[in-house]
Design a protein around this ligand. Structure first.
Ligand code: SF4
Ligand code: SF4
Length: 302
């Protein structure tokens, strides 16, 4: 039985496909979007999250537990020497205040499916199901494929939220077990796409065409940041391309939010290079109308 690394399972999600959904977040992503709000989804491996503000002054449990002497206290606050840390998770298990936490746990297909199936009554009542997200779920394509098969054989609706930056073979291998693809399109200009995500958009655009032509149901999601990709150059180029392609179920406009900002420090990662802002509600309405003018159905939010 395959195993995979998952960093979160969120119940009662309302924006990741139809009805009430359970969203399973896979670890590992081939993109490095400069605005990423899930930086803990980028590395394929488990990571140690440190929240010094939660550390209890009189406690030294992690120092006693750590086999590598990587957990330290500086001025009564926990610090982790990342060069020594092996991410074994012992300190997180012993921490009474969740100042230390392990993100990413390895689950078998059976274990993950069991967690998903717990919510079946909500799926049935609401027309919902499970959404596989990340990170990029197709980075763990075999684990994902087995989970999708398990869900489909149980009659649970499945959605996959993908960056599209994956080998076509991976998409092809899961296509028939996916009820709906949520397909991200971040930037139409390839040079800007490379600057902002670290990868070309050529594979993403190519896979989108193949996916739609193969008959899969696809909702395209446009994450929008003010002054970055909310201008006509991106929005109209995307709308034009999608309307020519035909067969897209809908376009969802996802407004940027900064909720992931604190996570960078907790993972000892460099901070964001720039401040980003969401488009205003007026901007979003204008963008919606512009895309609708190309004959596409558009929704604000996921
Ligand atoms: S994860 Fe393991 S090695 Fe790293 S600080 Fe915690 S106990 Fe030490
Ligand atoms: S175990 Fe938790 S609360 Fe105790 S010293 Fe370590 S980080 Fe702080």
């Amino acid at each position: 039985m395959k195993t995979g690394v998952v960093f979160d399972i969120k119940r009662y999600a309302l924006h990741d496909g139809p009805g009430i959904r359970t969203t399973v977040f896979f670890k590992g992503c081939p993109l490095r979007c400069v605005w990423c709000h899930n930086p803990e989804g980028q590395s394929p491996f488990p990571e140690l999250l440190v929240r010094p503000a939660r550390c209890l002054e009189a406690c030294h449990l992690c120092l006693e537990t750590c086999p590598e002497t990587a957990a330290l206290k500086v001025q009564n606050v926990v610090r982790v020497d990342r060069r020594r840390c092996r991410v074994c998770g012992s300190c997180a298990d012993s921490c009474p205040s969740e100042a230390l936490a392990l993100v990413g746990r390895r689950l078998s297909v059976e274990e993950a499916a069991e967690e998903i199936f717990r919510d079946e009554p909500f799926f049935r009542q609401s027309g919902g199901g499970v959404t596989f997200s990340g990170g990029e779920p197709l980075m763990q394509a075999e684990f994902l494929a087995e989970l999708l098969r398990a869900c489909r054989s149980r009659g649970v609706h499945t959605a996959v939220d993908t960056s599209g930056h994956v080998p076509w073979m991976s998409l092809e291998s899961i296509r028939e077990d996916v009820g709906l693809f949520l397909y991200d399109l971040k930037m139409m200009d390839d040079r800007r796409h490379r600057e902002l995500t670290g990868v070309t958009n050529a594979v993403i655009l190519e896979n989108l065409v193949r996916l739609v032509r193969s008959g899969s149901r696809v909702v395209v999601r446009l994450p929008l940041l003010k002054g970055v990709n909310d201008g006509p150059d991106h929005v109209e180029a995307a709308a034009q391309r999608l309307s020519r392609l035909g067969g897209i179920e809908r376009v969802d406009l996802l407004s940027y939010h900064a909720l992931g900002r604190d996570k960078y420090g907790r993972l000892s990662r460099p901070e964001w290079a720039a401040d980003f802002f969401p488009p205003t509600p007026g901007d979003l309405e204008r963008i919606k109308k512009r895309i609708q003018a190309f004959g596409l159905e558009v929704r604000l939010g996921g």
